[in-house]
Design a protein around this ligand. Structure first.
Ligand code: ZN
Ligand code: FE
Length: 259
C-alpha cells in the first residue's frame, strides 16, 4: 500500500491511499478531500478507482470536494462520525468509537476524538506484520501542536490526545495541515530546554525552507517534542503554572491561541 500527500487549498493535505501492487483498476481511498481537483488528478495518475472517502470532521476545508467526487464515482462510500450526521455531504456510513473497517487489505479502527469539533473521528490503520500503524487524525493532532477548541472543551481534547499518545511510537501520523514550523516556534516558548525539541526545530526549519513537507509525523517524536502531548512533564507544568494535567493543557492551548 502507498499513501500520498496531495496539496490542497492554502495549507491542507488530502491523503490518497492505494495499493500500486494491483496495477490499473485498483481501489483508491481518499482522506478529507477539501477539493476534488487534486484527488481526480491523483486517481488518473495512479490508475485507481475511488471506492472510499474517509472524513474526519465536518469543516469545509475537509469536505468541499466530496460532491464532485460522488458525481464522478456514484458508488463511493463516504465515512464519517455518527455525531456529524447532516454535517457531512453524501455521508453513507455513520461511525462510532471502536468501529472496525477493512480497506485495501488493512484493518482500521475508528477513534472518536471530540475537542476540535464534537463529531471528530480519526482512522487508525492497525499495524500488520512489519508494517507500522498509520493514523489519519484530521485536525486533532498536528506537528508540534493540536487543533483549536472550536466546539469541545479542554477536558474532551485532553482525553482525545491522551488516546493518541497511547498508540505505538512508530505510528505514522498523517495530519491535515502543514502547521509544524509555527507550532514548534510556540513550543520553544514553553519547553525551550528540551533538547529534542530544539534539534527538531532546526531540522524542520531547514526542511520547510527547501519546501519539504513535515508529514507524515512520527508519533514517537511528537511525544518527545509536542507540548500538547506533554501536559504531565514538570517543566511544562511550571512554564504555565499548571496545577494538574488539565489546567496545564488548558493554559497551553490558551497561550497558543494568542501566540
Ligand atoms: Zn477543522
Ligand atoms: Fe482543517
Amino acid at each position: 500500500m502507498r499513501i500520498e500527500r496531495l496539496n490542497a487549498l492554502s495549507d491542507n493535505y488530502i491523503f490518497g491511499w492505494w495499493d500500486p501492487g494491483h496495477g490499473g483498476g485498483t481501489g483508491g481511498v481518499v482522506v478529507d478531500p477539501g477539493d476534488a481537483r487534486p484527488v481526480l488528478a491523483w486517481l488518473d495518475r495512479v490508475g485507481a478507482i475511488l471506492t472510499a472517502i474517509l472524513i474526519t470532521h465536518h469543516h469545509w476545508d475537509h469536505v468541499t470536494g466530496i460532491d464532485a467526487l460522488v458525481r464522478r464515482f456514484p458508488n463511493v462510500r463516504v465515512y464519517g462520525g455518527a455525531a456529524d450526521r447532516d454535517r457531512i455531504p453524501h455521508q453513507t456510513d455513520f461511525l462510532q468509537d471502536g468501529d472496525r473497517l477493512q480497506l485495501l487489505g488493512r484493518d482500521l479502527e475508528v477513534l472518536f476524538l471530540p475537542g476540535h469539533t464534537l463529531g471528530h473521528v480519526a482512522y487508525y490503520v492497525v499495524p500488520l506484520g512489519d508494517l507500522p500503524g498509520e493514523l489519519f487524525c484530521g485536525d486533532v493532532l498536528f506537528g508540534g501542536g493540536c487543533g483549536r477548541l472550536k466546539e469541545g472543551t479542554p477536558a474532551q481534547m485532553l482525553d482525545s490526545l491522551r488516546r493518541l499518545r497511547s498508540l505505538p511510537d512508530d505510528t505514522r501520523v498523517w495530519c491535515a495541515h502543514e502547521y509544524t514550523l509555527g507550532n514548534l516556534k510556540f513550543a520553544l516558548t514553553v519547553d525551550g530546554e528540551n533538547e529534542s525539541l530544539r534539534s527538531r526545530y532546526g531540522q524542520v526549519e531547514k526542511a520547510r525552507s527547501r519546501g519539504e513537507a513535515t508529514i507524515p509525523l512520527s508519533l514517537g517524536l511528537e511525544k518527545a517534542t509536542n507540548p500538547f502531548l506533554r501536559w504531565d512533564v514538570p517543566a511544562l507544568q511550571r512554564a504555565v503554572a499548571g496545577r494538574d494535567e488539565l489546567q496545564t493543557f488548558s493554559r497551553l492551548r490558551g497561550r497558543k491561541d494568542l501566540f
